[in-house]
Design a protein around this ligand. Structure first.
Ligand SMILES: *Cc1c(COP(=O)(O)O)cnc(C)c1O
Length: 564
């Protein structure tokens, strides 16, 4: 069977470190998927929004986060204007342009509404990624969903599998449904047709993380537009399970309209089936039709220069598409000395980067990285709950790098950053723990390439998958992580450190105990450390990359959806 052509819709894309169109893990995954499709010559295009202010630039001032919003234009990044469109919502006309950026051989189309023809509110709609302003947020999702659907139907009619990365783009499904209804299909027929077009990936294991819009807000923009389909507005409210979700749930719309839905790790699959059982008429959570495809990372992006050199040397031309093959990694780990040298050079690069910020650390220090979105459940302070034990490790040569942004509207997140800085100051750890401001893909490259150990300790099961720890595998580092997300599938007792989450106090105790063990091995049993690194490569590398992942998307989603 011919490979179905796919349009991949996402509110964020971490395709290039400088493009201001991503915030974190969801975007990095989307960017990694585009690059993988390019490597595999798969017919896929990306569709998202261009944000003139990006997410934001993080300044840390007196230990506090401040946000800045520089102005960006697509032409600054060599993007080309390729399309101009408009659609009407009741008596309002919305204008937009579409920019094209290239990600390898894959085009990424970005919708932009900054046009003088637009009313002031629509003109500034595509300014801030993850705006906290609800009307602005629904306008963004309307642009992506309705504008995006229009663009795809007109310019890319052959790309008829639409992959919705998270629920933000679910209005594209409504737009398709409306189109089929206007064309004269009855409700069931139209619904079935839509389901043969859409696949959906859910990423959010916490109910609060799912996008829900107030019905009045949705009605204000969408009711008249929808009623042109000849179907009552109530149909949309039913589809979105307004009764049980307390508003218009984008996740529920996406699940209902997609022919296939997947979660992003095995554990997250279980969590999602439980979480959404109530919208399906099934007796058991196991019967909920949500399966999983575990996330991975694009190895050529996330392996540091020296590690990539080894991979390319071993695999030759086209090695990028061999990374799901265990034999490839068996050959890589034969280069023991090369790997040690590569790690040492990448660590030096990180140390030099830190040196430019005034930090002076040594190559034989054990460097731990903790970098991610700052949110309470990620528990950035867990390792410092016992300052005596952490203090001892720091005195001996353990070093910690923190990095991460708090959402501008998240007061708790801001507080965490403040408290962390206060703790560092209180105990005089300024020389041993550093907070690198403005976490982004560039900062991440330095960190994942150079650190020895990557720490992750969220409250399970809130980490749907996580990918930052996967980047460590390909850089000859080790993971020390609570058993959640991808690590439940990856950890085997010998390829890093893991523990079951059982509550804050016990988790803090387990973590510092494991950290002491890791430190001892690093300091006194270096040979064993390297054996663990090799074992990490062999057991994890073939699995947690986007080649394995994307092939699963092809087989289990794209090939299947047209036949349901
Ligand atoms: C990889 C990456 C992420 C994802 O990190 P998780 O810890 O898996 O959430 C987020 N932000 C940036 C900049 C990244 O490179």
């Amino acid at each position: 069977m011919k490979q179905p052509r796919v349009a991949y819709l996402s509110v964020e894309f971490g395709a290039h470190p400088d493009w201001p169109i991503y915030a974190g893990g969801l975007g990095v995954l989307a960017g990694d998927i585009l690059k993988t499709a390019s490597d595999l010559h798969y017919p896929l295009i990306g569709l998202g929004l261009f944000y003139h202010n990006g997410y934001f630039t993080q300044i840390i001032e007196d230990g506090k986060q401040r946000e800045e919003y520089p102005y960006y234009h697509p032409r600054d990044f060599g993007m080309t204007e390729v399309y101009k469109g408009e659609f009407t919502l009741g008596d309002e006309t919305v204008h937009y342009i579409v920019w094209r950026a290239m990600v390898g051989r894959v085009p990424l189309y970005l919708i932009d509404s900054e046009l003088h023809e637009n009313t002031p509110e629509w003109k500034t709609t595509t300014y801030k990624l993850y705006t906290a302003d609800r009307p602005e947020r629904i306008r963004q999702e309307i642009l992506l969903g309705i504008g995006g659907a229009q663009f795809l139907r007109e310019v890319y009619p052959g790309y008829d599998v639409w992959h919705l990365n998270e629920g933000h783009s679910a209005f594209s499904g409504l737009a398709l449904l409306r189109e089929f209804l206007i064309a004269g299909m009855d409700w069931e027929e139209a619904l079935q047709r839509v389901r043969r077009h859409l696949v959906f990936t859910t990423h959010t294991p916490v109910p609060a993380g799912n996008e829900v819009f107030d019905v009045s807000l949705a009605e204000r923009y969408l009711r008249k537009w929808w009623e042109e389909s000849g179907q009552p507005w109530d149909k949309v409210l039913d589809l979105a399970s307004v009764q049980t979700e307390g508003g218009l749930s984008m996740t529920v719309i996406a699940i209902r309209l997609a022919g296939l839905t997947n979660a992003v790790s095995k554990k997250h699959g279980e969590v999602s089936r439980n979480m959404w059982k109530h919208i399906f008429d099934v007796p058991r959570a196991d019967d909920v039709p949500i399966f999983h495809i575990t996330n991975g990372v694009h190895v050529p992006t996330w392996a540091g220069d020296q590690m990539r050199e080894i991979m390319s040397d071993v695999g030759g031309e086209g090695w990028e598409t061999e990374v799901d093959n265990i034999d490839f990694w068996s050959s890589v780990i034969l280069r023991k000395n090369h790997i040690k040298l590569a790690k040492s050079l990448q660590k030096k690069r990180l140390l030099l980067y830190l040196r430019r910020m005034g930090v002076r650390w040594n190559e034989d220090d054990l460097i731990v990285g903790f970098a991610r979105r700052v949110a309470p459940y990620k528990r950035a302070d867990l390792i410092a709950r016992d300052p005596d034990r952490l203090g001892k490790l720091l005195d001996q040569g353990l070093r910690i790098i923190y990095s991460g942004k708090a959402h501008p509207a998240d007061a708790k997140g801001h507080e965490i950053i403040e408290n962390l800085h206060a703790t560092i100051e209180r105990y005089g750890w300024q020389d041993k723990i550093v907070y690198v401001p403005n976490y982004n893909m560039d900062v991440a490259s330095y960190l994942v390439g150079g650190v020895d150990l990557w720490l992750n300790n969220p409250i399970p099961p809130k980490e749907a998958s996580g990918t930052s720890g996967q980047k460590i595998i390909y850089n000859a580092g080790l993971n020390i992580s609570i058993l959640d997300g991808w690590w439940i599938e990856g950890y085997d007792g010998m390829n890093g450190w893991g523990w079951e989450g059982t509550g804050d106090d016990r988790d803090a105790e387990a973590l510092i105990t494991l950290m002491e063990q890791a430190y001892l091995i690093y300091r006194k049993h270096k040979q064993f450390w390297w054996e663990m690194v090799e074992h990490s490569f062999l057991t994890l590398a073939p699995q947690f990359n986007t080649v394995r992942m994307f092939k699963e998307y092809i087989d289990k989603m794209y090939m299947k959806v047209k036949t349901i």
